[in-house]
Design a protein around this ligand. Structure first.
Ligand code: GLA
Length: 736
């Protein structure tokens, strides 16, 4: 075929003859090992011809003959009313139709990547939609979003505004998604896609991953595997209400749409205004769900989380140790203890603030971020001094978007809370909590000032735990005009983004954790301002294996705050030995959430050793590639995963028994991701057994380990009195 290709920055424009009389132009966008091909012929609909593994320009040029005419890339509503659409609007004159056609293809350099912009224009109305595709050098992930501009002379109303659409050819396609609830977040579920409409949605208003997540994977070759199979990953980068739709129609094909949830959120676009939808990140791998996870993790570390190139510190958080009973003696004691065990940071959680309305429980104080000197006579500076004495850093908890009715802030500014007119606002936690209206610029200032004041007064604060413990219960902004009340859910997040931008501009270095009643803010809409998220308020090690497994589908280990807590566990009341609790916490961003005074000397000694060993493997865990080996969801009695350093010279292998049945015949777990030609020496970390494992200090080829694995004893070798039904292993592999 005679095809001309013009290489711009990353996208290639290929002129195609032989499509009837017309000459179509294919836009080929390569992202790492993946390619997207669109047909963008001026005056025609934009068509998606291909998304998958990287292909050559020659193959791209022949796509129409090889795979057919493709699908509308960004379907608009009105001229064809039956199929699901990405975009619908009501024009100023009441007309509900759109007919968007390709007008222009352009490319621009962004600060860290390249953006291909395809402008679609309506054939009658002065409305345009820019469909953007962003790629990053070396990343397999690309992002798509749209910018919808109203050039009419009266407002238009957007009634649906997906970020992107991806057609997936019918076959044996399975969907993997995360679901859950408070203290049981990020559960994994996979099922074949049947006919009809599958909707995954969120309507919390503030946080969006307590229940379902806005990230999914599609396995194109049947039941998902972490090791093989063509797989597409999709992550909507948004912190607010979302809706993912998968329509499987009579053609047996699947049409995937992802965007802001338009329910109760019609958006009025004034003349000249542009509405930007959040990014939808897409990736493709032939190496199964594992391949997709690794691509997301790399992209996240490099571009979508704060400080993705910096090691996370080992910390102690005060919450499960003392809950609201913050006091100086206790804080100082905790700091000494975590420093003694080798930790690097102490975080004082909820309960430290409120003067007129002290924060002694969840009923009062939110909004009044002044230190309670009854509890902390020497103030924050006293604590920072003590932290310094212990050679650790200091961090603090805040919940800036929220207020209690029992607070000075609420007394002064009742108009700043979310509340419908003519009605009393429904309260949340403690019976007195309300949400501040982030749509209001004055509230954005307040939120910025909370952080600014803390950081100005106490510049040594190293870490902030930013919590958000309430949803939008009633629909009502006291700031937005009556005709724009439907903007509340969206403008809340626009306002939050503005405040966070200001915070990050002034305080780029401080570590910030996204917490929201546990794991309700694990999403790539919020993560660019945050370093990590609190996976769950459930710290039970066994249940954490399931939750962290699910979260690992999309989020790298360095973002997953994973803490050693008490036994019996405060949520499940399960008794788990310190060894197992530690081995689970060591697979994420290790921390502690415990009253150290309740630990025995032996437990402290063991934790000290584990922290030292974690520091050794930290670069591999936090920057390495994840290989999930055996899923806890397969209920084989085991869960196992490993991290491999990019140079494949080091790896850490985790093995956790998930049940204790006699003669259970646990499977042997072949490793993955190693260099078959390298030889690795095995060393057990966090060892408690009297005798070393048979393969301790022995060396094996990567090939052998990946084809066989290692036979691991079902129990620990301990004196009878110390024996339990729990068993876990962490092995460090170093290439010779
Ligand atoms: C939320 C968080 C907890 C803790 C409490 C404090 O529930 O998820 O980790 O910070 O708030 O009130």
């Amino acid at each position: 075929m005679n095809c001309r290709s013009i290489t711009l920055l990353t996208a290639t424009l290929i002129s195609l003859s032989a499509i009837g009389d017309a000459v179509a132009q294919n836009v080929k966008i390569d992202a790492g090992n993946t390619t997207l091909v669109l047909e963008a012929e001026k005056g025609k609909k934009l068509r998606n011809l291909y998304y998958g593994t990287k292909i050559s320009d020659t193959d791209a040029a022949g796509l129409r003959s090889a795979l057919g005419k493709g699908y509308n890339a960004y379907p608009d509503y009105g001229m064809i009313t039956v199929p699901e659409t990405a975009l619908s609007m009501i024009h100023g004159d009441g007309n509900m139709t759109l007919d968007l056609r390709v007008d222009n293809v352009a490319e621009r350099k962004d600060k860290d990547g390249n953006v291909t912009e395809i402008t679609l224009k309506d054939t009658y109305y002065p409305v345009s939609v820019k469909v953007n595709y962003k790629t990053y050098p070396g990343e397999d992930v690309m992002e798509t979003w749209t910018e919808i501009t109203n050039n009419e002379n009266s407002p238009v109303t957007l009634t649906r505004f997906a970020s992107g659409h991806l057609p997936i050819r019918g076959g044996n396609v399975w969907l993997s998604q995360l679901y859950g609830s408070a203290k049981n977040e990020s559960r994994l579920e996979s099922a074949p896609l049947g006919h009809g409409m599958k909707v995954i949605k969120n309507r919390d208003g503030i946080r969006n991953s307590h229940t379902a997540h806005s990230e999914v994977m599609f396995s194109l070759d049947g039941k998902p595997s972490d090791r093989t199979g063509r797989t597409i990953g999709a992550a909507l980068c948004y912190g607010g209400n979302y809706k993912l739709r998968i329509d499987t129609d009579n053609s047996n094909n699947h049409y995937f749409f992802a965007g802001i949830n338009e329910d109760d959120s019609q958006y009025h676009l004034a003349p000249g205004e542009t509405f930007k939808t959040p990014e939808l990140a897409l990736t493709y791998s032939s190496d199964g769900t594992g391949g997709v996870s690794r691509s997301f993790h790399r992209w996240a570390r490099n571009h979508k989380i704060a400080h993705g190139d910096k090691e996370r510190k080992v910390l102690l958080n005060s919450w499960e140790g003392v809950y609201f009973k913050i006091n100086e003696k206790e804080m100082n004691n905790m700091m000494k203890n975590i420093a003694d065990m080798g930790g690097e940071l102490f975080v004082m959680d909820d309960g430290w603030f409120g003067v007129k309305y002290p924060r002694d429980n969840s009923k009062a104080g939110l909004g009044d971020w002044t230190v309670d000197t009854r509890k902390l006579p020497k103030g924050i500076n006293g604590l920072i001094k003590e932290a310094k004495k212990n050679k650790i850093d200091f961090g603090i908890w805040i919940e800036p978007e929220m207020v209690n009715t029992k607070s000075e802030l609420y007394e002064k500014y009742p108009e700043y809370v979310i509340k419908p007119e003519h009605r009393e606002a429904l309260t949340g936690r403690g019976g007195t909590q309300l949400v501040l209206d982030m749509a209001n610029p004055a509230v954005q200032d307040i939120v910025f000032n909370i952080v600014d004041t803390l950081m100005t007064k106490y510049p040594e604060i190293d870490y902030i735990k930013w919590d958000a413990n309430m949803d939008i219960k009633n629909h009502g902004s006291q700031y937005l005009t009556a005709d724009n009340q439907s903007h509340l859910f969206i403008d809340y997040h626009k306002g939050l983004a503005k405040a966070l931008d200001r915070i990050r501009e002034k305080y780029p270095d401080v570590t910030i954790q996204a917490c929201a009643s546990g794991g309700a803010r694990a999403n790539y809409g919020i993560m660019p301002w945050f370093d990590e998220f609190w996976v769950s308020d459930n710290t039970d090690a066994l249940q954490r294996i399931y939750m962290q497994w699910g979260a690992s589908y999309f989020f790298p280990a360095m973002t997953m705050a994973s803490h050693i807590s008490a036994s019996p566990n405060h949520q499940t009341h399960r008794r788990i030995p310190i060894k197992y609790r530690t081995d689970v916490a060591m697979s994420g961003r290790l921390g502690m959430e415990i009253q150290p005074d309740d630990m025995t000397d032996a437990e402290k000694a063991q934790t000290r050793k584990a922290i030292a060993e974690y520091k050794e493997i930290r670069p591999v865990v936090q920057f390495g590639d994840l290989y999930r080996l055996l899923s806890p969801y397969d209920e084989k009695g085991l869960a196992s995963l490993m991290y491999v350093a990019p140079q494949k010279d080091k790896a850490v292998f985790y093995w956790w028994k998930t049940r204790a049945f006699y003669n259970d015949m646990l499977p042997l777990v072949p490793m993955d991701g190693l260099d078959p030609d390298k030889t690795y020496t095995i060393r057990e970390l966090n060892r408690i057994d009297r005798k070393p494992l048979p393969f301790e200090g022995k060396s094996f080829s990567g090939k052998f380990l990946m084809e066989n694995g290692l036979e691991i004893p079902y129990n620990h070798d301990l004196p009878k009195a110390d024996q339990t039904d729990w068993s876990s292993r962490v092995l460090y592999l170093e290439a010779n």
